[in-house]
Design a protein around this ligand. Structure first.
Ligand SMILES: [Zn+2]
Length: 367
């Protein structure tokens, strides 16, 4: 299926004759031959993607529709601004793409700091946020943020500040992708054979799913066991590290950046006891404030989905002194908790193919 149409050969289409449409991928060599055939068959309902159309798509980046911004969904969530090879978690937007998006957003929206966003107020207001605190936020995003003077909030998980360690999902990806083919991972209920990129990618997703609900200690235990089972060392990659204290201070010093909390170990808060949640929320706030030298008031839940936080989480974040608390999935739509459950739109790379913003392509975009 492509663009919700079944892909068929011309002959197949003629037999079925249901007018369902067909998308034909073809190289330039047989292009004329194919068009002649279509004309002969009295096919006029076809779309030829030529250089001109590709150009038109290039100039028709409709991020508004692409990103799904609307009255109730007006906060964008980025993670990484980096040309990341094999971005299996789909966290990165290339610096070039990020700049194009910022130019577009600035032209069409009033980009305000998160704490100034009026919900139910101006239709035109949006806010931009980043989660996790990857080094590329400092190297690649900051210069673009400053160049266009757009306010952003960056939520930083503190556990790896000043270390070379990667976030645990990157660690897993590193271990699995460095494993030689045909090795196996034994999970409780099934065995995964690692074989080739696609297969390893699926294994990463399954392992992530499996350990997402574990608390910090159980997760560390699982990853150590995995290292042993796969017999790989898994070296930290510098591109995946968290900003260090000095970089964090430089981000904070920018007039356009607000720093926010995002826990210590980036563990799903609802998988932890109240005491552990408290520690994650209070300790990360204490560390960030100590580094940047002033109080912070913004917080985002790790993962942020509807199952990743609850009333206890909200109460603890409020108790810690956070005022602007933001999610990804909207757990409570109504009531007093609603303002701490504001959803965000995760922005993912449209890759080389930012043409996906074209109306014809937008059904393919997963925003
Ligand atoms: Zn996060």
């Amino acid at each position: 299926m492509v663009l919700n149409k079944k892909v068929m050969s011309i002959d197949e289409t003629l037999i079925k004759g249901d007018g369902a449409g067909v998308l034909i991928c073809v190289n330039n060599k047989v292009r004329q031959e194919l068009i002649n055939k279509l004309v002969a068959l009295r096919w006029d309902d076809y779309l030829e993607i030529d250089d001109e159309l590709i150009n038109e798509m290039d100039n028709c980046i409709d991020y508004e529709k692409v990103a799904g911004l609307n009255r109730n969904n007006r906060v964008l969530l980025y993670h990484r601004v980096f040309n990341l090879q094999n971005d299996i978690w789909r966290l990165a937007v290339s610096p070039e793409e990020f700049e194009r998006q910022i130019v577009y957003l600035k032209k069409h929206y009033d980009i305000v700091p998160l704490d100034e966003l009026e919900f139910g107020g101006h239709d035109n207001q949006i806010a931009i946020t980043f989660d996790d605190g990857y080094i590329d936020n400092y190297i690649y995003a900051l210069p673009i943020i400053e160049k266009y003077q757009v306010p952003v909030t960056i939520f930083v998980a503190t556990g790896n500040i000043g270390t070379e360690c990667e976030f645990w999902w990157d660690e897993i990806e590193g271990l699995i992708s460095n494993t030689e083919d045909n090795k196996e991972i034994h999970l409780e209920d099934y065995v995964l054979t690692l074989n080739g990129f696609e297969n390893k990618k699926r294994a990463c997703y399954l392992v992530r799913e499996k350990i997402l609900t574990l608390d910090y200690k159980q997760r560390r235990k699982f990853i150590s066991a995995l290292k042993e089972e796969l017999r790989v060392e898994g070296e930290s990659r510098a591109q995946n590290r968290t900003v260090d204290a000095d970089e964090l201070r430089q981000l904070d010093r920018s007039n356009w950046v607000t720093i926010g909390g995002h826990t210590v170990t980036h563990t799903r808060l609802t998988s932890q006891t109240e005491a552990e949640q408290r520690w994650e929320i209070f300790e990360s706030k204490r560390i960030l404030e100590k580094i940047i030298g002033h109080q912070i008031f913004c917080f985002s839940y790790p993962f942020g989905g509807v199952d990743d936080y609850d009333e206890t989480t909200i109460e603890l974040a409020l108790e810690a002194g956070y005022k602007n608390i933001i999610a990804v999935g909207q757990r409570y739509k109504l009531g007093t908790q609603a303002k701490y459950c504001v959803p965000r739109i995760v922005v993912q790379n449209t890759g080389e193919d930012h043409r996906k913003g074209h109306p014809m392509m937008k059904s393919l975009f997963i925003g």
